[in-house]
Ligand binder design. Structure first.
Ligand SMILES: O=C(O)CCC(=O)C(=O)O
Ligand SMILES: [Fe+2]
Length: 300
């Protein structure tokens, strides 16, 4: 059990890294890494107290103890505490204040803005993900897998592929924990056919499917993070993850960000976010308003 009575500490800022400008953190080497490999692992952006509070918020979420009654358009996920399946709540920020603070943290937005080359950053949606610990005997269980996918494969109703995800580790993420795996360079392969495969479990079949479309080298690289560290990836970077073979759950909170001028690209794939554009949504309609909070510049 985690301690949920921890003191609230202020979120980290650019200055807390001993620098004045976000460009001292997101340097030209960082841009190069992000553009060449499709992702970048940032230093610790969250303090241990914040991580502990986020873990508490996540545990409360899974036991239906919410800060706010009204769930997002995804509704309330029914959780079977004994199941080996991945638990996923999208737009957890509607229900838990601590999750809202993390996925809209100004530093996350400032970094996302630099990586997307956008002055304004909004939340596209968030995810709270919990991968149960199956123990070493769980190696053949695929329920905890997250299929190889491209985020934009799911987001084709958005006017831009230039979207960026921040994945916040709520504990040290080790190799046996089913870390997120990236395919470096896949951000340059374009949008692959049928890449909206987050929910599929057969990683080998997906690898086969995507490798045969590109014939590029496929070198899964794990994002091994310390608690409070954050990885940032491009919406075209292929990624997925395997089973958690430890006895601890793997917990993270994810902020999917978009440039502030992102609009609806009509006639493509449906997405739950489209409900907020209303029944007469028009191609080119902006994703604005409280459903898509502005993260950067901060309005708090
Ligand atoms: O948690 C994982 O393994 C995958 C998460 C993911 O798909 C994402 O952050 O875009
Ligand atoms: Fe993803």
């Amino acid at each position: 059990m985690v301690n949920t009575c921890l003191q609230e500490v202020p979120l980290r800022t650019v200055q807390s890294f001993g620098t004045e400008s976000i460009d001292d953190l997101v340097t030209s080497e960082v841009h190069e890494q992000y553009e060449e490999q499709g992702y970048w692992i940032a230093p610790k952006l969250f303090e241990p107290e914040q991580i502990e509070r986020l873990r508490g918020a996540q545990e409360r979420l899974w036991s239906s103890d919410y800060d706010h009654d009204l769930p997002s358009q995804y509704g309330i996920q029914k959780i079977d505490q004994e199941s080996p399946s991945v638990r996923q709540q999208c737009n957890g920020f509607w229900q838990m204040d601590e999750i809202r603070k993390a996925v809209t943290a100004p530093l996350i937005g400032a970094i996302g803005g630099r990586l997307m080359h956008s002055d304004i950053v909004r939340l596209w949606h968030d995810q709270v993900v919990y991968k149960p610990g199956l123990g070493p005997e769980g190696a053949c269980e695929s329920a905890g897998n997250i299929g190889w996918h491209q985020d934009y494969g799911h987001w084709q109703c958005s006017s831009t592929r230039n979207m960026c995800t921040a994945w916040i580790a709520l504990q040290d993420i080790t190799m046996d924990m089913g870390p997120m795996l990236m395919i470096p360079g896949s951000n340059k392969w374009g949008l692959l056919e049928g890449s909206n495969t987050f929910g599929q479990k057969d990683l080998s079949a997906l690898r086969e499917k995507f490798s045969s479309q590109t014939h590029e080298s496929w070198q899964p690289t794990p994002c091994l993070l310390e608690a409070g560290q954050v990885s940032f990836h491009h919406a075209l970077t292929l990624h997925g993850s395997g089973p958690n073979l430890t006895h601890e759950p793997r917990m993270c909170v994810i902020s999917h960000m978009m440039p502030g001028d992102t609009t609806y690209r009509g006639g493509h794939m449906w997405h739950p976010n489209l409900v907020f554009l209303g029944p007469e949504a028009q191609d080119g309609q902006p994703f604005l308003g409280p459903y898509f909070p502005r993260i950067w510049p901060t309005d708090r």
